[in-house]
Write a protein that binds this ligand. Structure first.
Ligand code: CU
Ligand code: CU
Length: 324
């Protein structure tokens, strides 16, 4: 059987019989919903609403989309993180054999205020050695590079959170590329000591999934499920700033991007100063992140997606439903 490339998938050129094993659709009993030809046909319509082949229900990703509230300075923030191997559904009927933090890709949103202690109790319940490497300022023995945590072992990461901004964390065991591609990463928000103005806060971790093990991504998502926010648009109020903590953890591809329709936003690179760019498109390489602030001028449905159109058609797209 000839291999099916992701570009054939986009074009809908892959013969259905060849594409089925690639997408593991046979497992689902619902092959029609997400077959490449179906996706291709949909690409000519507006991809929004119930027919979009995103897996799961409307609130499944709430804990990844909505960050925990900021805390008062002086507290210690404690998190329990467990590495587990788990099959996750990334497109309707398509599973990915992930290595996860707490069962999801991306892992939990970790948040602290600058200066307070972050304490992350990490247990490795997976089948490979892992670590957690945090971006930011911390002691060398908290860096998650040398302190390899073997299966069934534990480690406690503890350091004062700094500097404020949008950061990320990921496994740093070798081979690094594999541990990231398998899904071991997440968002790490450090709030400034003087809180940011109130806003409707969202977290978006951009990533990809190599579902057939060929060393390139077949699907792209924010927060782990292809087309999810096209099926379930994110409702926001026009009257209040929308603040998005955005990170790129896409493996294999050099760049990813975020593009908003119908409006502009302030983009604060890394979120660690008040300098911003006023734009509607930003690009990020792996490990880059920042904070987007949108003051929507209009109500209605506004698309957001990677401006690499190929990524858009492979799952990285969604909508804001802006209401009064
Ligand atoms: Cu790992
Ligand atoms: Cu990194």
């Amino acid at each position: 059987m000839s291999p099916v490339t992701r570009r054939q998938l986009i074009l809908g050129a892959a013969p259905a019989a060849a594409s089925v094993p690639l997408l593991k659709l046979a497992l689902s009993g619902d092959a029609d919903a997400a077959s490449p030809s179906h996706m291709s046909a949909m690409a000519h319509d507006v991809m929004i609403g119930a027919d979009v082949p995103a897996p799961g229900g409307p609130n499944d990703l709430d804990s990844l989309l909505y960050p925990p509230p900021a805390s008062a300075p002086g507290e210690a923030r404690e998190y329990d993180v467990v590495a587990v191997d788990r099959e996750i559904e990334v497109l309707k009927g398509v599973t990915f054999a992930a290595w996860t933090y707490n069962g999801n890709v991306p892992g939990p949103v970790i948040r602290a205020t600058e200066g307070e202690m972050v304490r992350v109790r990490f247990r490795n319940a997976g089948s490979h050695p892992h670590t957690i490497h945090f971006h930011g300022i911390h002691p060398a023995d908290m860096d998650g590079v040398f302190e390899i945590v073997e299966p069934d072992a534990s480690f406690v990461y503890e350091f004062p959170a700094r500097p404020y901004g949008m950061h990320l964390y990921h496994c740093h065991a070798t081979p690094l590329k594999k541990h990231i591609a398998k899904g071991l990463y997440g968002a790490f928000i450090i709030d400034p000591p003087e809180p940011r103005p109130p806003a409707q806060e969202l977290v978006m971790v951009m990533n990809g999934f190599d579902t057939d093990g060929d060393g390139e991504n077949e699907l792209y998502t924010v927060n782990g499920r292809a087309f999810y926010y096209a099926k379930y648009p994110i409702r926001v109020k026009r009257s209040e700033t929308v603040r998005i903590y955005l990170a790129n953890l896409t493996e294999f591809d050099l760049l990813n991007s975020f593009h908003l329709h119908g409006d502009f936003f302030r983009y604060y690179p890394t979120g660690s100063s008040d300098q911003y760019e006023y734009t509607d498109t930003v690009m990020l390489t792996q490990g880059q992140r920042g904070i987007i602030e949108i003051d929507f001028q209009n109500t209605g449905l506004f698309m957001f997606h990677a401006h690499q159109s190929e990524f858009t058609e492979l799952g990285w797209m969604g909508f804001f439903d802006v209401v009064e």
